[in-house]
Design a protein around this ligand. Structure first.
Ligand code: NAP
Length: 501
C-alpha cells in the first residue's frame, strides 16, 4: 500500500473575503495597560500561511523594552485586581467564554490560516479553549481556606489562599487558543495579572483572544500581550526582573529547561507543560476496532502536532500485523490539503523545519529496517505537507522512538510480554501520557499503575479535558493545568498563627 491522499495545492491561494475579514478584525499590535500599541522600535514580523508559505499579515515585534513595559503594567494592576471580588472575575471569564463560543467560526478560520489545522479541528479547539474559561469562572468563586486547631490545642491555624502575583505566560503554536485560555483562565480566577508571550507562528489567535477579554470587561493591565520574533530577548528580562512572581510555560522540554534556569534567579513559581513521547500499547486481548479508532485520534489529532500525540505504537505480536494493516488503510484514506478545504484531515505542518524533522525521522527508521505501509515522502513546495504515514518493524533505538515526531507518522513495533511492553513504554525521559488498549480489567489497572506518565488513556485515544488535571512527570513537566488543581498553580498558601481564644 502507498499513500493515496490527494495532492494538495501548496502554492498560491487567493484569500477569500471571509479570510480577509477575519484577518482585518485582529489588532496586530501589542496590548499593554489596556492599549493597543506598536512595538517601541516600530518593528513588525510576518505571519505565514503554512499551507502556502504566503504572508497573511504582519504584527508588532516586541523587544526587551516593550516586555518590561508590559511587566510594569501587570505589576501596577496587581493590587486592584487581587482586590476585585471573585464574582466579578468569574463573570468576566463567563462573558469571554460566551464570546468565544459565539465567534467560533471566525476564530477557527483565523486559526486554520495561521496554524494549518483543518477547520473542524480548529472549531473543536475553540470549544475546548472556551471551556477553560467556563471551568475557571466556576472555580474563581470556590477558592477555599481553613481554620483548624493545633495538635496541642494551644493555637489556631488560619489558612488562606492568595494570588501569586504577576505571571509570565509563554505558549506554543500547536494549540494557539487553548494553551492561552488554559493559563489565562486560572490566572484571572485566582486574581493574578499577567504578560502573555504567544508563539511567533501564531500570534493572531492570542491577539483575538485578548480583544475578546477586553470586550468582556477585563480591567486594563490585567492581561498584557507581547508578540515577538525574539523570544529570548523578551522573556528573559521579565523572568530576571523580580516583579514577576511566576512563569507558566508550555512548549518543548529544551526551551523549558532554559527557562527554568532563568526562573531560578528570582526563585519564581513555575508550571511547565513540556514535551511528550507517548507510547500507545495494544494488547492481544484488546477490542481491535476500538484500538484502531483510538489510534487515529491519538495520532492524527492536530496533524500529529500534539504533546499528547501517540509517538510509539507498541502492539502485542498476535495482533500487530492486523492492527498495522487496518491503521494503514484508515491513514491512506485521509485527505490532505489546506485546512479550509472540505474534508481535509491532514493539513500542512507548521513550517519547513517541522516537515524536515519528520522526513529525517522516517528516513532514519527506514534505514534501520522499518517498512513503509503508507505515506513516507514529504511533498515539495512552499506549503509544508507530509502525508499520513504508517511504519512497521521500527527498530529499537531508532530516533523516531526517542524524539517527538510532531507529524502524522505512526511508528509501530511488536512486543511479546506485558513486562516487555511496560519496560519499552517507560524507556524515555518523557512522561506526559500513555495509551493502553486491553479488555482485561486487572491488566488495565496493573499497567496503568506501572506506566511512568502523568495521564493514561485507558481504551481512550484523547485524554484532554478542561475539568481534568493535565500534566506530565519526568521531563514532561512540573505542575498541572485544568481540573480542580489548575487554579492552585496561581495561588500561594498563607498561614496565620493565632493563640487559642
Ligand atoms: P518551543 O519551541 O519550546 O516554543 C514554545 C514557546 O517558547 C514559544 O512561545 C516560543 O517562542 C518560546 N521560546 C522559544 N525559545 C525561547 C527562549 N529562548 N526564551 C523564551 N521563550 C522561548 O515549542 P513549540 O515548538 O512552540 O511547541 C511544541 C512543543 O510544545 C512540543 O515539544 C510539545 O510537546 C510542547 N507542548 C506541550 C504541551 C503540554 O501541555 N505538555 C502542550 C502543547 C505543546 P517562538 O515561537 O518565538 O519560538
Amino acid at each position: 500500500m502507498t499513500g493515496s491522499t490527494t495532492t494538495p495545492q501548496t502554492t498560491a491561494h487567493a484569500l477569500t473575503e471571509r479570510e480577509r475579514e477575519a484577518l482585518a478584525a485582529v489588532p496586530g499590535e501589542l496590548f499593554i495597560a489596556g492599549r493597543w500599541l506598536p512595538a517601541a522600535g516600530g518593528a513588525r514580523f510576518p505571519v505565514l500561511d503554512p499551507a502556502t508559505g504566503e504572508v497573511l499579515c504582519e504584527v508588532a515585534d516586541a523587544d526587551r523594552d516593550d516586555a518590561l513595559d508590559a511587566l510594569t503594567a501587570a505589576h501596577e494592576a496587581q493590587p486592584a485586581w487581587q482586590a476585585t471580588p471573585p464574582r466579578e472575575r468569574s463573570e468576566i471569564l463567563r462573558r469571554a467564554y460566551q464570546l468565544l463560543v459565539d465567534r467560533t467560526d471566525e476564530l477557527a478560520l483565523l486559526m486554520t490560516m495561521e496554524m494549518g489545522k483543518p477547520l473542524a479541528e480548529a472549531a473543536a479547539e475553540i470549544a475546548y479553549a472556551a471551556e477553560f474559561f467556563r471551568w475557571f469562572a466556576e472555580e474563581a468563586v470556590r477558592i477555599d481556606g481553613g481554620y483548624t486547631t493545633a495538635p496541642d490545642g494551644a493555637s489556631r491555624f488560619l489558612v488562606l489562599h492568595q494570588p501569586v502575583g504577576p505571571c509570565v505566560l509563554v505558549t506554543p503554536w500547536n494549540f494557539p487558543m487553548a494553551m492561552g485560555t488554559r493559563k489565562i483562565g486560572p490566572a484571572i480566577a485566582a486574581g493574578c495579572t499577567m504578560v502573555l508571550k504567544p508563539a511567533e507562528q501564531t500570534p493572531l489567535c492570542a491577539l483575538a483572544l485578548t480583544d475578546i477579554l477586553a470586550q468582556a470587561g477585563l480591567p486594563d493591565g490585567v492581561l498584557n500581550v507581547v508578540t515577538t520574533s525574539r523570544p529570548g530577548e523578551v522573556v528573559e528580562p521579565m523572568l530576571r526582573d523580580g516583579r514577576a512572581r511566576k512563569l507558566s510555560f508550555t512548549g518543548s522540554t529544551q526551551v523549558g529547561r532554559l527557562l527554568l534556569a532563568q526562573a531560578a534567579d528570582k526563585v519564581l513559581r513555575t508550571s511547565m507543560e513540556l514535551g511528550g513521547n507517548a507510547p500507545f500499547l495494544v494488547f492481544d486481548d484488546a477490542d481491535l476496532d476500538a484500538a484502531v479508532e483510538g489510534a487515529m485520534a491519538a495520532k492524527m489529532r492536530n496533524i500529529g502536532e500534539a504533546c499528547t500525540a501517540a509517538n510509539r505504537f507498541l502492539v502485542q505480536r498476535g495482533v500487530a500485523d492486523e492492527f498495522a494493516r487496518r491503521l494503514a488503510e484508515r491513514m491512506a484514506a485521509l485527505k490532505m490539503g489546506r485546512g479550509t478545504e472540505p474534508d481535509v484531515v491532514v493539513g500542512p505542518l507548521i513550517d519547513a523545519a517541522g516537515r524536515d524533522k519528520v522526513t529525517e525521522l522516517v528516513a532514519d527508521a527506514v534505514a534501520g529496517g522499518a517498512n513503509v505501509l503508507t505515506g513516507g515522502t514529504a511533498l515539495d513546495g512552499p506549503g509544508t505537507f507530509y502525508p499520513a504515514t504508517v511504519l512497521t518493524g521500527v527498530p529499537a533505538g531508532a530516533r523516531i522512538g526517542r524524539e517527538e515526531i510532531f507529524g502524522p507518522v505512526a511508528a509501530i513495533s511488536a512486543f511479546d510480554t506485558e513486562d516487555e511492553a511496560i519496560a519499552a513504554a517507560n524507556d524515555t525521559e518523557y512522561g506526559l501520557v500513555s495509551y493502553v488498549y486491553t479488555r482485561d480489567l486487572a491488566r488495565s489497572l496493573r499497567v496503568a499503575e506501572r506506566l511512568d506518565a502523568g495521564m493514561i488513556g485507558l481504551n481512550k485515544g484523547v485524554v484532554s479535558n478542561p475539568a481534568a488535571p493535565f500534566g506530565g512527570v519526568k521531563q514532561s513537566g512540573l505542575g498541572r493545568e485544568g481540573g480542580r488543581v489548575g487554579i492552585d498553580e496561581f495561588l500561594e498558601t498563607k498561614y496565620v498563627a493565632i493563640p487559642a481564644p
